[in-house]
Design a protein around this ligand. Structure first.
Ligand SMILES: [Cu+2]
Length: 180
């Protein structure tokens, strides 16, 4: 009998631990990252390559009609810029979230969008395609904004960008970063 009682005690303790853990996770989900997500080099030592100061800011708006106000961004090879995404809509992130993800020019946009639609826990950026991401903002709800500083690829060409929220690229939330 005494043994069983200890068992219940253990289980209660375990449940308390789990709920504490879940609460901690919930808090973490609301923090927005505005760093570079494209260059997470697991093997690289802590010493990160220094990003030069951005030469200018490029501002893109996204709205509740699933449109970016720009479908073309022109940039010089190797130019460092600050990219800001403003979600000027009013709808919440879970139903009308927007981000801006720039992909490598060799990336398969349709495959990326399809895989990313299944990755809500990773802000709709599929971990399988992380190496194809040149730069990405956080996923934003209405009225939110996020900036990311990134350096354009050195190779000229058209690099696709899109909103990876499910269905949005199909609705037209896409464009080209023209490195020229
Ligand atoms: Cu969107």
């Amino acid at each position: 009998m005494k043994n069983q009682k200890t068992h219940f005690g253990m289980i209660a303790l375990l449940l308390a631990c789990i709920s504490l853990f879940l609460t901690a996770c919930g808090d973490k989900a609301s923090t927005s990252s505005s760093g570079q997500s494209g260059s997470s080099n697991a093997d690289a030592p802590a010493k990160e390559a220094e990003t030069p100061e951005p030469s200018r800011e490029i501002v893109v708006e996204a709205n509740d009609q699933m449109k970016f106000d720009k479908t073309e961004i022109i940039i010089a090879p190797g130019e460092t810029v600050k990219l800001t995404l403003n979600n000027v809509g009013t709808m919440p992130k879970f139903s009308m979230g927007h981000n801006l993800v720039i992909l490598d020019k060799a990336a398969d946009v349709a495959a990326f969008a399809e895989a990313s639609a299944m990755s809500p826990a990773n802000e709709y950026i599929s971990p399988d395609f992380q190496d194809k991401v040149v730069a990405a903002t956080a996923l934003l709800g209405g009225g939110e904004t996020d900036s990311v500083v990134f350096t354009a690829p050195k190779t000229r060409g058209d690099y696709p960008f899109l909103c990876s929220f499910p269905g949005h690229v199909q609705a037209g939330m896409k464009g080209l970063l023209k490195v020229q």
